[in-house]
Design a protein around this ligand. Structure first.
Ligand code: AHR
Length: 510
């Protein structure tokens, strides 16, 4: 009887150990050489739905606690997350935006129709001063997108002058009249947005010529970003690179937009009500980011082998159907453990391509698409994506350690993805390793070998959930957040980690 029990326990032990498939990772700290720009952890806020109004800005007279009109809770949460950069005012909105409508006394500013996003009235109460004030408050670098689609060269040139110039000129006088004596320091300027689509429906040849013209007059813009391709449009990248070749002073960055769409544009699927097939499909599609960056970079290498021009992934993230009952033009969606995985995977990919990817901006900061924050009146929710950004802040300004990763594949109904995805970096003697387990059902045992440094301490954090579609909601206890994760110190450079199912983990060794 006793023997039977012993054998049963042994069998159970063997079966469960075998179920933990092995992933092998090796890291050599002395191979670290590429800096991970903090701007890779950037965000995007457009005049769209409740991102700016209600999400970021409520006005000074609001009952919602605010600092000069900016939601206090959102300001603190973004600072806590270490937001390094914010892109504004769009998006499609940018190519309809006339910046002079958004300066001067707020009650004198004209209203306009937000044609792209729900046809709602835009009262322009959040304009250049408010945006730059907000960036100062949250200690983020501003990234302003100029209007090429419906604006003029003069309008764009004057905006740059208004913001950045120290000289005596009509624009700097106007700025001073509006209460700002000193110019702001704004390094990043986008010249048009999606000009192949909502930004004017242009051909790459036509846009490239316009770009050169606008960029020539955007004096004071030290880092100019050309509108780049959507997804797999490699021809756009090729034409832009070719037509700006030998014009080093005109172009410092070229953008790329790629959204993860689980089904298709007319049926994108629910953000929360999904099954395992949709889980694996979303993760598989998000992994395409790696191929996209590799192929666009290869084209860029042809014209710019020194990698002087940054690839700027200034829109990315999950795009699902809007939450039932909400305005379809507002793009409001919830955010689950699946979004945490999507964020972790993309940020790992950007880290791995840090030699070419110099900035990225998840769409969008509050209440729109894959947000880090959701608000309802005076309430605020931090999404699983928020916690991933908070966790991955460890990589900002660190040096990438190339990762050698051998992993099994998690497969569901004919679709498969790598079980483990990761990246690693080093900063001030601390090695940070971020790992995602894409398998929603099973833990994965990871054997990590690390050479080049001795470690005396080890700490970990984890984001996971009971169910793959768990999310944080108003008036409810948080279901997905950042927790401590126990890891042992490496012995002779070896460390074994049990990565729980559907998890994003940070391990820090020092
Ligand atoms: O982020 C929402 C929209 O997606 C942006 O306005 C546009 O640039 C893209 O198509």
């Amino acid at each position: 009887m006793k023997m039977n029990l012993f054998f049963s326990i042994m069998l159970l032990f063997l079966v469960s150990t075998a179920a933990l498939a092995q992933t092998k990772i090796s890291l050599h700290t002395d191979q670290a050489k590429t800096k991970i720009n903090k701007e890779i952890y950037g965000h995007f806020a457009e005049h769209l739905g409740r991102c700016i109004y209600g999400g970021i800005y409520v006005g000074q007279d609001s009952e919602i606690p605010n600092i000069r009109g900016f939601r206090e809770d959102v300001v603190f949460a973004l600072k806590e997350m270490e937001i390094p950069l914010l892109r504004w005012p769009g998006g499609c909105f940018a190519d309809t935006y006339h910046w002079k409508d958004g300066i001067g006394p707020q009650h004198e500013r004209p209203s306009m129709v937000n044609v792209h996003w729900g046809g709602v009235t835009e009262d322009n109460s959040f304009g250049t001063h408010e945006f730059l004030d907000f960036c100062e408050l949250i200690e983020a670098e501003p990234y302003i997108n100029l209007n090429v689609g419906s604006g003029t060269v003069r309008e764009a040139s004057e905006w740059v002058e208004y913001v950045t110039s120290k000289n005596i000129s009509p624009m700097t006088d106007l700025r001073k009249q509006n209460g700002r004596e000193e110019p702001w320091e704004v390094k990043y300027w986008g010249i048009g947005n999606e000009n192949w689509g909502c930004g004017g429906d242009m051909t790459p040849e036509y846009y490239a010529d316009l770009y050169r013209q606008f960029a020539s007059y955007a004096r004071g813009a030290s880092y100019k970003i050309a509108c780049g391709a959507s997804d797999y449009d490699y021809n756009w990248t090729d034409v832009l690179m070719k037509k700006t070749q030998n014009k080093q002073h005109l172009i410092q960055g070229l953008s790329l937009h790629y959204y993860t769409i689980t089904h298709n544009w007319s049926h994108k699927g629910s953000a929360t009500d999904f099954n395992e097939k949709e889980w694996v499909t979303t993760l598989d599609k998000t992994l395409n980011m790696d191929e996209l960056i590799t192929k666009h970079s290869t084209i860029m290498d042809k014209y710019d082998p020194e990698k002087r021009i940054g690839l700027i992934v200034d829109e990315w993230g999950n795009w699902f159907d809007v939450e039932p009952g909400t305005n379809p033009g507002f793009l409001y969606q919830q955010n689950t453990m699946r979004d945490a995985l999507v964020a972790g995977i993309n940020l790992n990919i950007f880290n791995q391509h840090a030699d070419r990817v110099k900035m990225s901006n998840i769409a969008q900061t509050v209440n729109v698409l894959q947000s880090v924050i959701l608000t309802k009146d005076e309430q605020m929710v931090l999404t699983p994506t928020y916690y991933v950004f908070k966790m991955y802040a460890a990589h900002q300004e660190a040096t990438l350690i190339p990762m050698n990763l051998e992993t099994s594949r998690y497969e569901f109904e004919g679709r498969s993805v790598p079980t483990v995805h990761g990246s690693a970096s080093t900063k001030d003697g601390v090695v940070s390793i971020t790992l995602c387990n894409l398998n929603p059902n099973q833990a994965e045992q990871v054997a990590l070998t690390i050479t080049g440094q001795e470690f005396s301490t080890c700490a970990g954090q984890i984001i996971t959930a009971k169910n793959m579609n768990d999310y944080n909601d108003f008036d409810q206890e948080e279901k997905v957040s950042l927790q401590t994760f126990d890891v042992k110190k490496p012995k002779n450079g070896n460390l074994s980690i049990d990565l729980p199912a559907k998890s994003v983990v940070l391990i820090q060794l020092q």
